[in-house]
Ligand binder design. Sequence first.
Ligand code: MD3
Ligand code: FE
Length: 240
Amino acid sequence: MSGLEIQPMLPMERLRREVAPGAVQLPNWLSLDQQREIVEACRGWAAGPVPLRHTRLPTGNVMSVQTVCLGWHWSPYKYTRTAEDAGGAAVAPMPDWLVELGQTAVAEAYGDPDAGQAYRPDTALINFYDDQARMGMHQDKDEKSNQPVVSLSIGDTAVFRFGNTENRNRPYTDVELVSGDLFVFGGPSRFAYHGVPKVLPRSADPACGLAAGRLNLTLRTTGLSLASSAELPTAHDRST
Ligand code: MD3
Ligand code: FE
């Protein structure tokens, strides 16, 4: 015995973490089966009625990420029922299973079944990142609701940058988002700046359903109502 033995390295276990108040990461939250099912659903939504496309910004630049929406169509900087900047079709509905997955996500992230039941996301933005795609630091403030944003990541690992609510600069925290990870952003973190400075090519287990690139689904509550004002009860209609 030399006394100089080699110790095998233990893989680092990734644990639940609260990056900031209300910003909770649950690593490996989706099983590989669930990831593959969600990838298949995304392939269907990317085929139409609204195509997966690079969103054009008012500057004339296009986003490197490609996006398709459910429930409501997001374009800079509003939500509409039809995709006026992407062929004009009506957006596909938000399926009940995705609403329920969001409710379970909020309940588990916050350890609060009531918060899960109260969560009523009515839109999902599905973002596809190729190896070069990035997302600059921004706030999501087109929603007229304080409900949390639920983020699900599938495919290649991303470096996610979580900033502060004041400006797009430091202080920020970089977090790796791995295939299957859940992140919930609520409370004081809901309107924080954030971005994706890079994606790590070929970092995912192909069993997730994506051979290359990254999918991120964000579930949100727009605060908009489907009913037109004519369909809402007026003071005159009400007996109480
Ligand atoms: C923190 N997507 O679609 S998900 C976006 O990985 C977006 O594709 C990134 O930022 C992505 O707008 C980040 C995490 C995320 C989403 C919304 C947030 C973090 C958030 C809203 C408020 C605070
Ligand atoms: Fe965002």
